[in-house]
Write a protein that binds this ligand. Structure first.
Ligand code: ZN
Ligand code: ZN
Ligand code: ZN
Length: 489
């Protein structure tokens, strides 16, 4: 190769010049176009039949038009089909795709009827089976077929009417929700009540009396209506959660839209914003709580900022397990990273300014606070489906026109999965978040694995994904001391 290369290069050199002096290919094309078009322009004046006809469109424009025509029914941004007929046909076929985990499979049941088999077992045996079930499940069994109803007799129904079986009755009635669009299942009573504000139900602060139905147990402190505490003075009543989930499951006349639950409010220097979203039949909630924070707070000032003096609960939204683990320490750690403004007066200030000038940097009093490895990662409660993110953000302060506009604020965001809203006991996520017995043994890392509530929520709400955030346990050591521990304060 090396022996041939000089000759080659010479040839190449000559060829290069020859090539450079030859008119460019594109120029040739242009000239051709020109020569072709010039007579054509005069075609109207002097009819010259030898000249080929000029294409009406430039090739690129023609291609564009052709492409547009072919993709007329596709969304330019998402590439999704906008042809409704095509969508319906695709659903008809796509719904049966066995590899699609989200598709609903309607399998044709070819099995022979089971009634003779049920009838072949003795009533004693069925009574024995019933001993393993709770009153609600017994009634469900008796309710399933006529044969079982005759085998089990009226006993399960009579038992379900007893006051001590209220909870079981409510759980059984939850399965009949579809039949009662104008009613709402009341869990303290275990019965359906007529909705008194049908279609106009509005979530109010906790201190506003806002009954959705007339209930004899409304003022019964022994049987309180199930609710979830969001922050001070704000709760999510189970009835509203029911309304949202019913509307999503059966239709709008059964309840209200999840967007109607979103609220913004201020209290005790904190501002809060709630948002809700239904994902795969479960209600997800996000609460963003913000409070301005000064730099270099002492431990007691940090506590004053984070905890209410009324009940020593944090001002921001928390699940029932907030006292165990690192959540409060993470907040204090984040507060400690807020950069302190430097003195600009006197000799010290002069020294700072001289140093800044020497290093060629401008001093910025609104420097971004960078968090450390302890307080930056997202935290997930191991005992319930809740995730927390603590941030320090520069936020506009509109409270006082005379002070500087931007200040550092601590922002605590909580995402929670509230479950399917069937019943406070049967919805495991709801029970786990409230720390009630139905949610005992809930292991959020085992249930959720790598998918995060925050990721699901943000991608659905904001069409955006969160920056890659490590999720670690809120309680890595697994110590459960609750209020008795001293780590939380
Ligand atoms: Zn009631
Ligand atoms: Zn930190
Ligand atoms: Zn929790």
């Amino acid at each position: 190769m090396s022996a041939e290369s000089p000759g080659e290069r010479r040839g190449g050199f000559r060829a290069f010049f020859a090539g450079a002096l030859r008119p460019k290919k594109s120029r040739q094309v242009l000239r051709k176009g020109y020569s072709a078009s010039t007579p054509n322009l005069r075609a109207g004046l002097q009819s010259n039949d030898d000249v080929p006809e000029m294409p009406s469109l430039a090739p690129l424009q023609a291609h564009r038009l052709k492409y547009q025509e072919a993709n007329q029914n596709k969304d330019a941004q998402l590439g999704e089909s906008r042809d409704h007929t095509a969508i319906l046909h695709a659903i008809g076929v796509g719904g049966l795709d066995p590899s699609d985990p989200n598709a609903q499979h309607y399998e044709v049941d070819n099995r022979p009827p089971g009634e003779p088999l049920i009838a072949s077992l003795t009533p004693d045996l069925w009574a024995h089976v019933c001993e393993y079930l709770n009153p609600g499940e017994r009634v469900s069994l008796a309710f399933s077929t006529k044969t079982l109803l005759s085998r089990l007799g009226p006993a399960p129904w009579i038992a379900l009417r007893l006051p001590e079986n209220n909870d079981s009755r409510a759980d059984f009635l939850a399965s009949q929700d579809r039949l009662y669009p104008h009613h709402l299942l009341c869990f303290p009573c275990g019965r359906f009540h007529r909705r008194t504000q049908e279609g106009r139900e509005k979530l109010q602060p906790a201190d506003v009396i806002n009954p959705l139905f007339n209930c004899p147990n409304m003022r019964n402190a022994a049987r309180p209506a199930p609710r979830h505490r969001i922050t001070h003075g704000r709760v999510l009543h189970f009835t509203f959660y029911q309304l949202v989930m019913r509307a999503s499951r059966f239709g709008p006349r059964y309840g209200i839209a999840p967007e109607s639950l979103s609220r913004r409010w201020r209290r005790d220097g904190w501002s809060h914003h709630t948002r809700y979203h239904i994902h795969q039949g479960r209600l997800l909630m996000r609460v963003v709580s913000t409070c301005f924070a000064n730099p270099s707070l002492t431990p007691s000032q940090q506590r004053l900022l984070l905890y209410s003096r009324d009940d020593y609960w944090p001002y921001f939204s928390v699940c029932a397990h907030w006292r165990d683990g690192e959540l409060m320490n993470v907040c204090k750690c984040a507060l400690s990273h807020i950069p302190a403004p430097r003195t600009t007066a006197g000799l010290q200030g002069l020294e700072h300014r001289a140093k800044d000038m020497y290093h060629g940097r401008a001093h910025n009093p609104n420097a971004l606070a960078s968090l450390c490895g302890k307080c930056r990662p997202m935290r997930r409660c191991p005992e319930c489906p809740s995730e927390y993110l603590v941030e320090v953000k520069l936020t506009e302060d509109r409270s006082n026109a005379n002070t500087m506009l931007f200040r550092h604020a601590i922002v605590v965001t909580r995402w929670s999965d509230l479950g399917d809203g069937r019943s406070p006991r049967l919805s495991r996520e709801w029970a786990a978040i409230n720390g009630s017995e139905g949610g005992e043994g809930y292991d959020s890392f085992a249930v959720m694995g790598k998918r995060s509530i925050s990721g699901t929520f943000e991608s659905a709400i904001t069409d955006d994904t969160l920056p890659g955030q490590r999720i670690i346990s809120m309680n890595p050591k697994g110590k459960k001391l609750g209020e008795a521990g001293n780590n939380w304060y």
